[in-house]
Design a protein around this ligand. Sequence first.
Ligand SMILES: *[C@@H]1O[C@H](CO)[C@@H](O)[C@H](O)[C@H]1NC(C)=O
Ligand SMILES: *[C@@H]1O[C@H](CO)[C@@H](O)[C@H](O)[C@H]1NC(C)=O
Ligand SMILES: *[C@@H]1O[C@H](CO)[C@@H](O)[C@H](O)[C@H]1NC(C)=O
Ligand SMILES: *[C@@H]1O[C@H](CO)[C@@H](O)[C@H](O)[C@H]1NC(C)=O
Ligand SMILES: *[C@@H]1O[C@H](CO)[C@@H](O)[C@H](O)[C@H]1NC(C)=O
Length: 529
Amino acid sequence: MVHYHRYHHPRKGATDSNRDEESQNLVLDCSTSAYYKRTRPKLLTFLFLITFLSCCYVFSPLFLRPSFSFSLVCNSPGTENDVNRDGVHVCSSVSAGTICCDRSGYRSDICLMKGDIRTHSVSSSVFLYSPRSTDNGSRNAEEVLQHEKIKPYTRKWETSVMDTIDELNLVSKKVNLGSVGGCDVQHDVPAVFFSNGGYTGNLYHEFNDGIIPLYITSQHFNKKVVFVILQYHDWWITKYGNILSRLSDFPVIDFRKDNRTHCFPEAIVGLRIHNELSVDSALMRGNKSIVDFRNLLDQAYWPRIKGLIHDEEREMQEKLREQVSSSPSSKTSQQQYIKQQVLENPMKKPKLVILSRSGSRAIINENLLVKMAKEIGFLVQVLKPGRTTELAKIYRILNESDVMIGVHGAAMTHFLFLRPGSVFIQVIPLGANWAAETYYGEPVKKFGLKYIGYEIHARESSLYGRYNKDDPILRDPSSINRKGWEYTKKIYLDNQNVTLDLRRFKKRLHRAYEYTLSKSKLSHQHQPM
Ligand SMILES: *[C@@H]1O[C@H](CO)[C@@H](O)[C@H](O)[C@H]1NC(C)=O
Ligand SMILES: *[C@@H]1O[C@H](CO)[C@@H](O)[C@H](O)[C@H]1NC(C)=O
Ligand SMILES: *[C@@H]1O[C@H](CO)[C@@H](O)[C@H](O)[C@H]1NC(C)=O
Ligand SMILES: *[C@@H]1O[C@H](CO)[C@@H](O)[C@H](O)[C@H]1NC(C)=O
Ligand SMILES: *[C@@H]1O[C@H](CO)[C@@H](O)[C@H](O)[C@H]1NC(C)=O
């Protein structure tokens, strides 16, 4: 809790909201440069390490920690090695009465326990008891067999953020069962322990570090699992309740606040994670993929969306009834109007959604973009998700869409709400190529979307008016990227808007339009006549 307030306090003040957004982007892009490091040749590797060092430097005020070690923060998340060549996890079969910790993963540690497991919140511990033979002299003595410490969060390589994560003691002991307290709550299903601290509060991180790893770790339990949450937040439960209820049949436990002794037959402490916003089906039981995750989202949001549709229909009917009763003469024209609506609708236009940003990385000529998209034949909706916008409502809009357009930033995480086969056009401001490609370009392709990365030209950037045409800021953004993270952030991310060259952008829109039409024709062909 303490950590939460420290991190997210700025969110509370309205004037600080921009700052928070900056920090979110910072978080996002900082680790990107780490990732980038291993996907580029050696020279660049070195240069980007430097970039990343300065990135870490920018981090430090955020964590109010003047002296933390760079060297550890600035490693890149490599491929996971918590799975051997056969796709079998280390610790996949833990025997009763033991704790098995797999610390080989780059992004997370994970411990498995089996047997008589009991929570002890006051000492931040989870005990695993095995009975002592009764005839031993010192009756009250306990014998500690194993003591493991673990921070159940998925950004193991970033020490700065891991410093803020609560640590759990996992202790297996031989005890006289008669001399230890009993269970306040006995569960007969496994527990999964994880932390909701760290970067929770940023949509990208909430999915990448939290929800998707939770899916990876717990989906095979078929909801017969209890989630025990460290650094618990009520708002997170509200925001992700729909999804949580598809993963677990049981109420979550707030580990810090609920000091009762919860007993479990089995526990997983920590979450498994694969790669950026993805599920590697080769590492999943039942070959589950990111598409299965997306199907789970669909099931999760459907009850809420059904309710919304129902409410809207009722409201509409009431409105009509009022109008009709207030002017009886127009009754027939009302009915005609409804008939006409029904007749007009069957030929649906492809729907395009623009995820709109304000502040920095806004599309200045968004209105003209809307107009052009309509002229091409799209139904257009501009979406500005706020902090409290219900995810189900955003899901509903994107699930009905064929094309999503947005300027690179954390909100691009919403691509997970598009139906596979849809089109995602990411507008990439100057100096943001690597982040855009690593965080969204790659995962989006694995997810099964048609991806169009639109790298803007210098003339489309608000920086064009501010710098000389020969300035490296316009001519050679990667040279600026190499100078250090704070340059990238200040120049390109926090202070750049985009005015799309509509003639150039139009080609992408046409492509998206034609792609959508050809796809829907295909699907019609497959329908039995
Ligand atoms: C009795 O307890 C001691 C330590 O307390 C232990 O070393 C010994 O193995 C125990 N004996 C039995 C039979 O459990
Ligand atoms: C458990 O929590 C309750 C209320 O939060 C408190 O009254 C009680 O003293 C706590 N018990 C222990 C052992 O800390
Ligand atoms: C697993 O799923 C992938 C797609 O996600 C598919 O290509 C592959 O054939 C599947 N493998 C098995 C063994 O089912
Ligand atoms: C999403 O769209 C698909 C296809 O139109 C539909 O079958 C599904 O019910 C929609 N999901 C939700 C949650 O509305
Ligand atoms: C970008 O546009 C927004 C309006 O959408 C404006 O508030 C902001 O000052 C602009 N920033 C720059 C750097 O032009």
